[in-house]
Design a protein. Sequence first.
Length: 236
Amino acid sequence: MDTPAPDTPALPHPGQTLLTTEGLPSWLAPVVRAAATVRPDQLSRFLPPEGGGGRQSAVLVLFGEGARGPELLLMERAGSLRSHAGQPSFPGGALDPEDGDPQGEGPLRAALREAEEETGLDPRGVQLFGVLPSLFIPVSDFVVTPVLGWWRAPSPVGVVDPGETARVFTVPVADLTDPANRAMAVHPRGHQGPAFLVESALVWGFTAGVIDRILHFAGWERPWDRDRRVPLDWGS
């Protein structure tokens, strides 16, 4: 996934829509349908504070197609960061004023901008096709909008700033749906949530929760052992 297509069009200017489902591969159709119908409370019990509040942010949930079929782009946050250090995540971050309206296309532009800054991704090769309802991460006070994208013109990716990112990697959807790679992660404080043991990493927390719900509502989920528990220091 490192050869960009020639003559890739630039991103639309402000005022033009950034979302389109035209020309998507057929296997993404269930994700498109899920994004259009899923309710916030079906994704998480942590919803944005009523009346506003929270730090507006966005993540890019980027689907590509690799040697083993559909895959997702993830990164591992640097261990020195104050928030979510060392945790696998989607590329993303807080909205900047130049991203625009947080209730409009601000999250879309922020997701692309942050992905470029963190992974070196060429945003011109990404087709945004959907947005999931915004969710809340209480520990960091982030209101996060998951933005769905199709990597129609893949470009090279990697660590741009080691102070922010430890590594960038892709995970085949087949590995995410493999019951052998699924478990419930147990936080030291006793909290539990879906997790994925893939690419020598334990994907947990907000990222794993979003992946889990996408797999479920897209109809890709396979039965797995929900009684299997792993600690957050798995593999260390």
